[in-house]
Design a protein around this ligand. Structure first.
Ligand code: URP
Ligand code: ZN
Ligand code: ZN
Ligand code: ZN
Length: 478
């Protein structure tokens, strides 16, 4: 395979930045040439197959989106991005690895659920991919199967305190699964919302004729997230399981995480761009000529978008600075308005839950650097380095150093990205949840294991370039 020199850029890591050239041989980074290095300069440039000019640009480890749902059967339909379309969109946005959720449905064997996900993804991904395991039916057989997941490179599983009758686990099931987490070192990922109570509130709202998408956010009150987060923390404390709470949106849930972390518990959390930028008032409560009050369906996801008046968004940014939240994933779970979100016309409970953002995570988080919410280094840490460490990929992914995979993004701080359906948008959706967002930065060149896959706004990779990532145990735990 070819050699490439990425020259003249500023290499940014989670801990600092420096002018350096990056030498790639085949799939790997072989040298980071700092000023003063004998190799730095024209000699190397003359001998490589290709030079990527990164002058005036940042050179960062490729983004890792640790929470995606390609082709997820959910809400009476299926998430609209395939592994192919979703990973191409990811590559456009500077993300070079995803960790998707293989699903065990109720009554299904875990082995069969995982095999089905390999079937869907294998040979179809533009970038590297790994799996977490959703355990939708904790029973004796599942417990035995879970113990074998680390051998398959699946070192984390997700449980749901929400969605009774679908993925829901009760406290007894959670306790048993967490004991496996303690014994194996696998990370327990938790969807922390009190599902049974939410379902009662939702039914009462519908009975009162409150059926618009806005009421999705009312039914899924922050108290339901705070309570479930606390319960998950206490069950994790009791069992000794490491806990990672997904898609945190309520400031009170962050307070619970901070409280447990201050006591030394192995408890972590992620948030998503939608909880940093979007709100109950502006999005779930939106109206349009085309859809009326159903416009808000575009942003129905769980946990829900929260009230800006209550200050949740600012709390999420702050928690990213204080490390009470450690990383940002998208929870990419796209549905089209036509035929999919539309299923919930007249009843918000039937709107398939999910937002598509995989293409925009790196840009949206970079905008946080521009506005001064986070530092440049924290941007890299939140989007690449910590995801790699949290989910057992660090060293191969999440860092620019000799021996690491050459997953590299050249990012132009002087470029500009206009997001929208007829602008930057490669996801298989008939709308953009980020229509009109303007980013003061731009993905320039994207390299996945030494191959340039995006340049000049075009995808130039090949189907099936992405490889399955057998992950180790978390490298983040104390
Ligand atoms: O609304 C969401 N988050 N859809 C995806 C499934 C989940 O709970 O993560
Ligand atoms: Zn969830
Ligand atoms: Zn999710
Ligand atoms: Zn601008």
């Amino acid at each position: 395979m070819a050699t490439t020199l990425i020259s003249g850029g500023t290499v940014v890591s989670a801990t600092g930045r420096s002018a350096a050239d990056v030498l790639v041989d085949g799939e790997k980074i072989v040298a980071v040439l700092q000023p003063g290095s004998e190799l730095l300069g024209t000699d190397v440039a003359a001998s490589v197959d290709r030079v990527v000019d990164a002058t005036g640009k940042y050179v960062i480890p490729g983004g890792i989106d640790a929470h995606t749902h390609m082709q997820l059967p959910f809400g009476g339909t299926e998430a609209s991005d395939t592994f192919e379309s979703g990973t191409i969109a990811a590559a456009h946005g500077g993300t070079t690895s995803i960790i998707d959720f293989a699903v065990q449905t109720y009554g299904q064997r875990i082995e069969d659920g995982l095999a089905a996900w390999h079937e869907k993804a294998g040979g179809n991904c533009a970038i590297d991919y790994g799996f977490h395991q959703i355990v939708g039916d904790v029973n004796e057989a599942s417990i035995e199967a879970m113990k074998k997941l680390p051998d398959e490179g699946v070192s984390s599983f997700k449980l749901f305190m929400a969605y009774p009758g679908v993925f829901y686990s009760d406290d007894a099931q959670i306790l048993k699964a967490m004991q496996v987490s303690r014994d194996t070192g696998m990370l327990t990922m938790m969807h922390a919302e009190n599902g049974p109570a939410i379902d009662v509130l939702a039914q009462q709202l519908v009975d009162q004729g409150k059926t618009d998408p806005y009421y999705h956010g009312i039914a899924r009150a922050w108290e339901m997230e705070e309570e479930a987060t606390h319960r998950a923390i206490m069950l994790a404390k009791l069992t000794g399981a490491p806990l990672y709470v997904v898609h945190v949106s309520a400031k009170q849930a962050v307070e619970q995480l901070a409280w447990a972390r201050d006591k030394g518990q192995n408890v972590y959390g992620e948030t998503c761009p939608q909880y940093l930028y979007l709100s109950l008032e502006d999005q779930l409560g939106a109206r349009s000529d085309e859809w009326g009050a159903f416009e808000g369906a575009k942003w129905v996801c769980s946990t829900p978008l929260r009230s800006r008046a209550e200050g949740h968004q600012d709390s999420m940014w702050q928690a990213l600075r204080t490390n009470d939240l450690q990383m940002v994933s998208t929870d990419h779970c796209p549905f089209c308005m036509k035929d999919q979100k539309e299923l919930g016309l007249g009843d918000f409970r039937k709107i398939p839950n999910g937002i598509g953002s995989i293409e925009h995570r790196m840009d949206l988080m970079y905008q946080g650097v521009v506005t001064g919410e986070i530092t440049l280094e924290r941007w890299v840490e939140l989007t690449s380095t910590t995801p790699a460490r949290m989910f057992g990929l660090y060293g191969t992914k999440g860092v620019i150093q000799p021996g690491a995979d050459a997953d590299i993004v050249v990012y132009d701080p002087n470029g500009h990205t206009s997001i929208g359906l007829d602008k930057v948008h490669h996801m298989n959706m008939d709308y953009s949840a980020w229509e009109g967002y303007e980013i003061d930065g731009k993905v320039d060149t994207v390299m996945s294991r030494g191959r340039v896959v995006v340049e000049d706004d075009a995808y130039v990779g090949a189907k099936g370039d992405g490889r399955y990532l057998k992950r180790g145990l978390s490298q983040y735990l104390i």
